[in-house]
Design a protein around this ligand. Structure first.
Ligand code: MN
Ligand code: MN
Length: 296
């Protein structure tokens, strides 16, 4: 069934991406326990995504404790899960149509922080509908999280998704704002409350394992050219991981591409006080009656 400006086929692709993501997210979350490596979980999830859908919409994000986003294992990463707060954020696409969802696995003994993000997401999903302002949704998210005695991460927000674009407008804030964007039937958005026991602001760390194409232009270096070929053919405008690149000395090729403004990095985002961060996320389509959560 078509939804507003989205035709049947498009809606069906969003649904298939969401269903695949639900399966993969549950499987990957169930693997997380002390002694298992981040890389095992990321690689399992990404393999399953290729079995169930067309590919990842971005590398599997595994963010520990104060990390909020953009953390993915490197090629030879042997980091194991320990006693941390683990945010698991996964994206799937079918013909470029994206599902984006996250869950938090608490190995730290702070379950209320996870509940705060999850309840905020539930309340936000209930509030979504045509004519609703994203600023109002942000206010609902903020109220729930503050009710738990925590702070929403104020400078991270939900977002729209479009074909081959994992991060576009409208912005869906995690705080009340006076004027956001009035949602319309057919908008596809990811809502993602983050809760923290810190001040609620993230900044860029030094680690960088995720990259995205900035603009296509010819490069002379052979390895850099091979990387660019793989990216434009397989990932297009979707973010990719350094460890996905098939060429030897991929890291050096990436540095060259960055210097030439062909790709840009996504540094890991960390809570400024170095405290714990939890996250919950769903992708949904705004419908006449409210919304359809594709990742439920
Ligand atoms: Mn996400
Ligand atoms: Mn998202």
């Amino acid at each position: 069934m078509s939804v507003g400006p989205l035709d049947d086929e498009t809606v069906e692709k969003y649904r298939r991406a969401g269903e695949a993501l639900r399966t993969v997210l549950d499987e990957a979350a169930a693997m997380i326990e002390p002694g298992v490596t981040h890389l095992e979980v990321a690689e399992h999830a990404e393999e399953r995504i290729y079995e169930l859908a067309d590919g990842p919409a971005f590398p599997v994000n595994i963010s520990i404790d104060e990390e909020a986003s953009h953390s993915t294992p490197s090629r030879d990463d042997d980091t194991e899960f320990d006693d941390g707060m683990v945010c698991l954020d996964i994206g799937v696409h079918v013909d470029g149509y994206i599902a984006d969802a996250a869950t938090t696995v608490d190995l730290s003994g702070t379950p209320e922080l996870v509940e705060a993000a999850e309840e905020a997401l539930d309340v936000a999903v209930d509030a979504v509908g045509p004519g609703v302002d994203t600023g109002t949704i942000g206010g609902e998210i903020e109220d729930v999280i503050r009710g738990y005695g925590y702070t929403p991460v104020l400078n991270l927000s939900g977002h729209g998704v479009e074909q081959w674009d994992a991060h576009t407008g409208p912005n869906v804030p995690n705080r009340g704002v006076d004027r956001g964007h009035e949602l319309e039937v057919g908008d596809v958005i990811a809502v993602e409350p983050f809760a923290t026991d810190g001040r609620g602001k993230v900044g860029e760390g030094s680690k960088e394992e995720i990259y995205g194409l900035e603009r296509e232009r010819s490069v002379r270096n052979r390895q850099a050219r091979q990387v660019l070929e793989q990216v434009t053919e397989e990932y297009r405008t979707l973010p990719f991981a350094a460890r996905w690149l098939g060429v030897s000395r991929a890291e050096m090729a990436l540095r060259r591409l960055k210097q030439n403004d062909v790709v840009h990095g996504y540094p890991v985002l960390k809570e400024a006080d170095g405290r714990l961060v939890s996250q919950a996320e769903h992708t949904l389509i705004v419908t006449e009656n409210g919304c359809e959560v594709t990742t439920a």
